[in-house]
Ligand binder design. Structure first.
Ligand code: COA
Length: 155
């Protein structure tokens, strides 16, 4: 992912945000996204999936959770697949690649924060091996915290 991808990312995210009920994210500008990419910390993973024509189909990031020195506090994962392209294995494909990258970056655990009223995302993370560890009732939103261990190659 490079700052030049920012416009395509905003074009993918905006309809998902405006659809409602899927993410707590607020609409952002291309400049916001460029700044986000430029400011990614070391050990961050931010991958995209494109079709053969270069149309962006999905994005996934794993951001290191700030820890104490060498202690790995794990990574926070987010996934967005273009509306109209769900259920075709794009999220699974991104996750296979991201998990490999996160292992290489010595993360041992991943966390996801999911809107409690987003059953599709909950089912997706469950299918990836996450288990629910916490429910937070907001405000502003009820969210589910899910986690999975990432310690073995191929796990
Ligand atoms: C959630 C999301 C990322 C899933 O991506 P996707 O490309 O549609 O998912 P895939 O087709 O790769 O499915 C992967 C697995 O999750 C399961 N899954 C995905 N969406 C599901 C749904 N709505 N209901 C049930 N299971 C689902 C699939 O059955 C599949 O299982 P399998 O690999 O064991 O067969 C995508 O639907 C999306 O972007 N949603 C809107 C944004 C969002 O909610 N993001 C999460 C924010 S926390």
């Amino acid at each position: 992912m490079v700052p030049a991808d920012a416009a395509a990312i905003v074009g993918l995210l905006d309809p998902i945000i405006r659809a409602g009920g899927l993410t707590a994210m607020a609409p952002g500008t291309v400049c916001d996204q460029r700044a986000f990419i430029a400011g990614l910390p070391p050990r961050a993973t931010y991958l995209l999936a494109e079709d053969m024509r270069g149309t962006l189909l999905g994005i996934q990031d794993i951001l290191p959770i700030p820890g104490d020195g060498d202690c790995d506090e794990g990574g926070e994962i987010s996934t967005f697949v273009r509306l109209g392209q769900h259920g075709r294995g794009i999220g699974r494909g991104l996750s296979d690649a991201s998990f490999a990258a996160a292992r290489a970056r010595r993360h041992r655990r991943l966390f996801a924060t999911i809107r409690a009223d987003n059953p599709g995302a909950l089912a997706f993370y469950r299918a990836l091996g996450f288990r629910i560890v916490e429910r937070r009732d907001g405000p502003p939103l009820a969210t589910i915290r899910a986690t999975r261990v990432l310690d073995a190659i191929g796990a």
